[in-house]
Design a protein around this ligand. Structure first.
Ligand code: PXP
Length: 241
């Protein structure tokens, strides 16, 4: 069964716009779980622009499904992950100036570093996922470095405008997924996915998990979070029918 991870960073972005207390991403996570989400995703950024450590600590005690912590591969974040012990960490590149995560990590260029970086995290029973571009060598490098899973960056696919380019990007994802399956590493996908473009990727049966934030929170403004999550869950579950 394919799983849906709901990223609640955008709820925290709205809260931080006023540096206040609402809306609370902890509430959002609970509603997402009640609506059928299989996991909650948060990105604790170095600049703390949305999710705060307070959120992470409370979520660790309230999330009943799976807590996926996106983070940069820094010493500070390793310390936090070892203390909080989320179900899984997803390593992402981070630049202060970026609006959102711009690309995957270059696992190939950092295999020895990544292998030693994740050692203690894995020893603590935390799953390790690398967010990578749909590139066969990056899939292989992730396996070499010891990741349990890769999350394929669907950003380019999501941004593709014309139908041919869209299909070309989907095929790139398909090839990366095939490679991951072949070498025996778990497969997630995410970035820029919405209620429409998810459908082509649902045809790739080996994708085990879809991580989605912006489109769900954007829809929630108009229809409510419970309904927005439930509609996405229903689309993803259609694959099993
Ligand atoms: N996966 C990763 C690794 C991300 O960094 C993000 C954005 O925080 C997402 C998934 C979700 O992307 P979106 O908000 O565009 O759905």
């Amino acid at each position: 069964m394919a799983l849906l991870g709901v990223n609640v960073d955008h709820v925290a972005t709205l809260r931080q716009a006023r540096r206040g207390k609402e809306p609370d991403p902890v509430w959002a996570a609970a509603i997402a779980e009640l609506a059928g989400a299989d996991g909650i995703v948060v990105h604790l950024r170095e600049d703390r622009r949305h999710i705060q450590e307070r959120d992470l600590r409370i979520l660790r005690n309230t999330v009943r499904t799976r807590l996926n912590l996106e983070m940069a591969a820094t010493d500070e974040m390793k310390g936090i992950s070892l203390e909080i012990k989320p179900s899984k960490v997803t390593l992402v590149p981070e630049r202060r100036e970026e609006i959102t995560t711009e690309g995957g990590i270059n696992a190939r260029a950092m295999v020895p570093f990544l292998r030693s970086y994740i050692k203690e995290i894995k020893e603590n029973g935390i799953g390790v996922c690398f967010f990578i571009d749909p590139d066969l060598d990056q899939v292989e490098a992730s396996k070499d470095a010891g990741a349990d899973m890769v999350e394929i960056n669907t950003g380019r696919y999501s941004e593709a405008w014309e139908v041919d380019e869209h299909e070309r990007e989907a095929e790139k994802i398909e090839r990366a997924v095939e490679k991951a399956k072949l070498i025996g590493i778990g497969i997630a996908a995410g970035h820029g996915l919405n209620y429409w473009n998810i459908r082509r990727l649902l045809r790739i049966k080996e994708i085990e998990e879809y991580n989605i934030g912006h489109s769900i929170i954007a829809r929630a403004i108009f229809v409510g979070l419970h309904r927005a999550v439930k509609e996405m869950v229903e689309i993803i579950r259609e694959r099993e029918k």
